[in-house]
Design a protein around this ligand. Structure first.
Ligand code: SF4
Length: 293
């Protein structure tokens, strides 16, 4: 065991915490019907909707992310997959950001994608691709009817084929059973992801799903279960819903196996100020990762 690790609850916990920021470069224009997603046009949630974020604003967000200590910067578009126009926009953004803010590792999160499209992103400077399985294969038809879970799994396989780093995870608190959660984690493990973002459903009143009924203890045990189920993943990231789900007990995610968090705002909801996360890590004597292993 190196000095970078501490042992707690039987888990080897990395003392270096990886920070990632997300940038919603196209928002709220998706025609799919994922029931947890306020970016679907079907639910008329009260969110910002735009086709392409202004490049200057993207650059400003990238610089703020770097200044807050983020190493990852994820370019997210709201759509089922990569249409030609979206692909070109993401590539244009990747080229501009990688030149202006080379300290950031660029991640793309643009829905289902072919190997060819992923290789185009790679050429433009994208290093990793995030596509979540969201939930188990058997529960998926209850939260989405417009595309199958198999397309999600296939995209993750395409990411591995393309040589990009695979980031894939899911969302808890949609009404799934414990068996669904275990099944999703087994599917994720089979894809051998480098990073696993887990989200906790953040209810929006425009959505028909019931609010997330997980207790904090249950959610913490899911962080631990994720770490134990996918031991080879370099990062278990607690992403969307962190502040709402864990509130004053956010610091406990790390002792349960998380070693990455999203800083700043989420796709359609506000996160807390990055300085509060940095203060939390300092108080726990955890270090902000300075490079990607
Ligand atoms: S495909 Fe993605 S952006 Fe579209 S509704 Fe589903 S989760 Fe939201």
């Amino acid at each position: 065991m190196t000095a970078k690790y501490i042992a707690t609850q039987g888990l080897n916990i990395n003392k270096e915490i990886f920070l990632c920021a997300i940038c919603n470069i196209n928002s709220g224009t998706c025609l799919e019907d994922c029931k947890f997603c306020s970016q679907s046009v079907r639910y008329k949630a009260d969110i910002d909707r735009y086709k392409q974020k202004d490049m200057d604003l993207i650059l400003q967000e990238a610089k703020s992310a770097r200044d807050a200590g983020a190493l990852g910067f994820c370019l997210v578009t709201a759509d089922k997959g990569l249409k030609d126009k979206t692909l070109k926009f993401v590539c244009d953004v990747a080229k501009v950001v990688s030149k202006a803010v080379p300290e950031l590792r660029l991640i793309a999160c643009n829905g289902t994608a072919s190997v060819e499209q992923l290789l185009t992103l790679k050429e433009a400077g994208i290093k990793a691709y995030n596509h979540n399985l969201e939930t188990s294969e058997s529960f998926y038809p209850q939260i989405c009817t417009t595309h199958p879970w198999s397309q999600r799994y296939e995209t993750c396989q395409n990411v591995n084929k393309s040589g990009l780093v695979l980031i894939t995870g899911g969302i808890f608190g949609l009404g799934e059973t414990h068996e669904d959660r275990v099944s999703m984690l087994e599917s994720l493990a089979s894809l051998k992801p480098t990073s696993v973002p887990i989200n906790f459903y953040h209810h929006n009143e425009a959505l028909e799903l019931k609010p997330n009924s997980l207790s904090v203890d249950e959610a913490l045990s899911l962080v631990k279960l994720t770490r134990e189920s996918i031991p080879d993943a370099k990062r278990i990231m607690v992403a969307g819903g962190r502040e709402l789900m864990f509130a004053k007990r956010q610091d406990e995610i790390f002792e349960n196996g998380a070693n990455a968090i999203v800083v700043g705002n989420y796709l359609t909801t506000s996160g807390r100020e990055a300085s509060k996360d940095l203060d939390m890590l300092k108080s726990l004597q955890l270090e902000v990762a300075k490079k990607i292993h």
